[in-house]
Each structure stands twice: as structure tokens, then as C-alpha cells.
Design a protein. Structure first.
Length: 66
């Protein structure tokens, strides 16, 4: 009988990756207006775009708080 969970090695290429050194371990769920969601859907890599936008906003916030 085959393993119902499949082969773990077949899952290896599907792990979440980012361009940075830090692993993507946390999740963030937010609510946004439909118009913004539609614009995000048109992007090729919307998750990376959102990560970059949040990081940029936090960096600007930290710079202005200093």
C-alpha cells in the first residue's frame, strides 16, 4: 500500500524561499480593499512585493523615529 503522505523528498522543491538569508517562518493576515487586492493580483510575485513594501515602510518608520 502506498504511503498516504507521499514521499518527503518530493516536497523539497516546493518549500517557501525568499531572496534573503532569513527563512520565511511567520504568517501575517491583513484585510485590504478590493481595489488594492485587484492591483496586487496583477503582479507576478505579489508575496515578495508585499514583503519588500512592508520592509521599506518599517525602515522608513525606524529612520523617522530616530
Amino acid at each position: 500500500m502506498p504511503n498516504p503522505k507521499g514521499h518527503p523528498e518530493s516536497l523539497e522543491p516546493h518549500k517557501f524561499k525568499s531572496g534573503g538569508d532569513e527563512p520565511l517562518t511567520e504568517q501575517l493576515n491583513i484585510r485590504i480593499p478590493r481595489s488594492l487586492h485587484q492591483r496586487l493580483q496583477q503582479l507576478y510575485d505579489k508575496a515578495e512585493f508585499c514583503r519588500d513594501a512592508i520592509k521599506k515602510a518599517l525602515d522608513e518608520h525606524d529612520a523617522s523615529a530616530s
